[in-house]
Ligand binder design. Structure first.
Ligand code: 1GP
Length: 240
């Protein structure tokens, strides 16, 4: 469990972690060397790979091309079992615990087992919680689940804690890719208070200020995708 242990020990030391999310469908594979150079020079600590609607084989192609070009851990953040690549280092084994769709609570996970058996991927059980952000996001559409309204702080905190008590190793608070509003800071604080496992926060974070605020509120690892897709120099200007 080395990817997870590193997250755990960083969280214990209050060292903040930053993941770039690459959606293989939107990634220009010809630019991979330039991309690797950029991330290797930046403060990024993890590369997350995944998307809601990625075609078969595209993830595998991207991960195997990127692996030799970076020492950063490559962590799968799969929208589907077709996005499992044996060349990555770890996989967030997600269960969408804010939703009530059995497909994303347990069925996809069962489907993944026979694929995972043939890999050495480090499997990290992760409770995934969707939070309302002001517009419908791809993950909502694909999973056909409703996000939790931002007013319901206690429900979010209890959902996260239930995830921990069920044995999840991480909780991921997700506003959704391209969210209008990131997860509210008060909500991050409230969830963090009661949690003893590391907290990931992502969705709609597009500035250094929002990143700092999320860390201050209690995020151990922040995930950023869209801000980089819109400006490939986004991380050049960010220092912690
Ligand atoms: C989405 O949390 C991630 O799953 C990142 O969201 O693309 O809005 O940065 P953004």
């Amino acid at each position: 469990m080395s990817v997870y242990n590193d997250i755990l020990s960083a969280a214990a030391k209050q060292e903040k972690l930053l993941a770039i999310l690459i959606d293989p469908d939107k990634f220009e594979i010809n630019l991979i060397s330039e991309f690797a150079h950029k991330i290797n020079q930046s403060i990024i600590t993890h590369v997350f790979v995944g998307g809601s609607t990625v075609e078969v084989e595209v993830t595998q192609k991207l991960v195997s091309a990127l692996k030799p070009l970076t020492k950063l851990p490559i962590v799968l953040f799969p929208g589907d079992v077709t996005q499992i690549s044996k060349d990555a280092d770890a996989i967030l084994f997600l269960s969408l615990i804010s939703g009530r769709n059995p497909k994303y609570l347990i069925e996809k996970q069962i489907e993944a087992v026979s694929i995972l058996k043939n890999t050495n991927l480090e499997v990290i059980p992760t409770g995934y919680i969707l939070i309302e952000n002001g517009k419908e996001t791809a993950v909502q559409k694909v999973t056909q689940t409703q996000p939790i309204p931002t007013a319901l702080h206690s429900l979010v905190a209890d959902t996260a804690k239930a995830g921990e008590l069920l044995g999840k190793k991480l909780i991921y608070l997700e506003a959704g890719s391209g969210a209008l509003h990131p997860v509210p800071l008060q909500m991050i604080k409230f969830v963090k208070q009661d949690l003893t496992i590391p907290l990931i926060v992502g969705g709609g974070i597009r500035s250094k200020q929002q990143l700092d605020d999320a860390y201050k509120a209690g995020a151990d690892l922040v995930v950023i995708g869209t801000a980089f897709e819109e400006n490939i120099d986004f991380f050049n200007h960010i220092r912690l």
